[in-house]
Design a protein around this ligand. Sequence first.
Ligand code: BGC
Length: 457
Amino acid sequence: MSEISKPSEQNLFVYFIASIAALAGLLFGYDTGVISGAILFIKSEFQLSSMMQEIVVGSVLLGAIIGAAVSGGVSDKFGRRQTIIATAILFAVGALGSAFAQNVIWLISCRVIIGIAIGVASFAAPLYISEVAPTEVRGALVSLNQLMITCGIVLSYIADYAFSASKNWRWMFAFGAIPAMILLIGMLFLPESPRWLLSQSLVRKARAILERIRNRKNVNKEFDIINKTLKQKTGGWRELLEPYIRPALIIGIGLAFVQQATGINTVIYYAPTIFQFAGFESARVSILATAGVGIVNVFMTIVAIWLLDKIGRRPLLFTGLIGMILSLGVLGLAFRMPNLSGALKWITVASLACYIASFAISLGPIFWLIIAEIYPLKIRGRAMSIATVANWTFNMIVALTFLTIAEKLGRSSAFWLYGLVAIAGFIFCYLFVPETKGRTLEEIEVTLRSGKCFKKS
Ligand code: BGC
């Protein structure tokens, strides 16, 4: 066998590295999810209109767009480790700052800071993990990041529930400083990515770290592969305009649109509000019902990780999208029938759970996975950052418009609108999204360069 050893022979240190860095995913989930419960109390304390509520919820997303846009450059210049350390500081400062907010502008500014941290983290943490991970477990780690996001969301719901009795939204935010501090302290003990060190010509240091994380002296083969890859000329932004890249760019941006415009984050950020629409009067019960929805999200993400390499991306995408279309249809219908009253509550809970389960086995992990797979190595970083920025931009547009659409068009029309996008998304995925299961990244790249139909070949 080659020098690259089996995971069981690997130094446990690499798993420790991945778990610490994945705390950034947990913070991504926590800090995006926490607003769902907190907003119920913030709106009464600061007397917020629907528009102001949307701005408070959306501010984190504005920050995330900025963060995702700069993360590629920052992590290339300062290194992955330093970038994540800076991110952890921003997470902690933003969490404590929001907790002490005396007015809504203060709160919005701190949420923008947290957003920048989230945008950077959504790119830098998986990058760092993939660069230190042994080849054999790298694929699983991409989806592990999504799992950590969903765990962070559940944690935020639990915190929201715990502090809802005292209506203490400040503690909901402050709690996020704990994983941020653990991430900060943990990262101080972790090494820089050997790949980045090599790109800075710090050869000796890179080698010493690679030996340490692989737990053996002979790392020549891996070292040579990294060196060879680094010798490939990195494509500039111009290369993104090459006609052969176009289908892959369309797939990345299109999937980002479908992932966000089918309304996932109206559920993640506004689930308690939706439950209140549906007749759950107490904020606490609404938040509790939301925690149930979050647990379904985690559980079904685990199912997805298990199935992705067995049955493939496309069957999961189709199954998930059909589930989303049906549950959005039922949700819209439920809000059309006010007479259902008592039953309406439970139909809402069941259809939201079904909706999130369908998302979690499909668009949730598959968007992040596909954008890590379909771009040519030379321009992977830049192309991924375009898809990531697109994802956060669509996310913000949906969050900023949900309450207004629900007010102007009616709640049921809002859900049906997302259902229509899901139908269009199904057609888009059917026509364009390739099956990447069992294909090496090089094979995918060859197909892309050949200009053949991306899906069929
Ligand atoms: C999406 C997030 C969403 C999360 C929910 C992620 O894949 O990008 O916008 O909040 O899934 O689990």
